[in-house]
Write a protein that binds this ligand. Sequence first.
Ligand SMILES: NC(=O)c1ccc[n+]([C@@H]2O[C@H](COP(=O)([O-])OP(=O)(O)OC[C@H]3O[C@@H](n4cnc5c(N)ncnc54)[C@H](O)[C@@H]3O)[C@@H](O)[C@H]2O)c1
Length: 311
Amino acid sequence: MAKKYKTALVTGGAGFIGSHIVDALIRRRIKVYVIDDMSSGQKKNINPNAHFTKMSILNPAFPKFLRRIKPDVVFHLAAQINLRQSVIDPPADARVNIMGTLTLAHLAGEIGVKKIIFSSSGGAMYPDGAKIPYSEKTPPGPISPYGISKRSGEMYLNFAYQVHGVPYVALRYSNVYGPRQNSKGEAGVVSIFAEGMLRGDDLAISGTGKQTRDFVFVGDVVRANMLAMRKNVVGEFNIGTGKETNINNLFKKIKKITGYKIKVEKSPAPSGEVMRSVLNSSKAKKVLGWEPKVGLEKGLEKTVRWFEKRK
Ligand SMILES: NC(=O)c1ccc[n+]([C@@H]2O[C@H](COP(=O)([O-])OP(=O)(O)OC[C@H]3O[C@@H](n4cnc5c(N)ncnc54)[C@H](O)[C@@H]3O)[C@@H](O)[C@H]2O)c1
């Protein structure tokens, strides 16, 4: 690759997906700055070759920091990621996800950012009841404050593109899983099951377990980010596998890998839980040349092995 980008900033680069993006950029010999407030990020995730600053994107010093480092490309992942928390406290979600993204979008033109790659959400973007699998042609209809804030982020980035000429790509992920995913709080179900089974905890499946999700491996998500950086494209792209897996089946697959023996309980489903979610990513295939490469069995195996080593 011609060295179009020499420096990158990864916001949320101490987190699950962000830290893998940092590693991929460093492998490509790009100078990487990481900013993370460590609200859920972990020091051990941060590549030692990255330049790390512990700071919130809401810190009044953030614009000064941006002006100083002047990154060529920004991967924007720092976010309030908890959908249920966004329902409990929408203003707190909006502060990080809307105001944080707007601060970045607003300054990007001034400091000469050449591209912004935004981690958006496919799961929270489309209205329940729309035709499945959701494509980018499905009109967005987020109902949760988290989905609304992610859509707002996309729209502010589009504003920065239209008015200040800063290209952006918004990657709307399905359910991302893999090594380094946090199993605390409302984390990914894969990490909760994998870690819980390895520890021999009693585990529960919420509701009937028939609710489906589209599980995409973090390595595939990182490749989507690299392609989004490299290709001369702008706009929104779904990043998912197009395959629906229900939670009962997911549980069985992880059980097989870990050798878990304890009988699973059922817990009440949270109200308003989405029953089906799956993304059509044919636009990403056509325009970015992206396709998922890691199948669910292989990805789960890699994830379990990682949690095992970490025990
Ligand atoms: N994991 C998924 O399935 C998924 C799906 C769709 C979208 N996303 C998006 O991908 C991005 C990364 O998610 P993740 O799963 O890696 O979660 P994560 O919690 O591991 O990563 C988020 C990182 O951002 C940091 N952060 C939070 N608020 C901050 C602030 N105000 N200033 C600076 N840093 C801050 C956290 O400390 C953390 O390191 C998020 O934007 C999330 O909304 C994730």
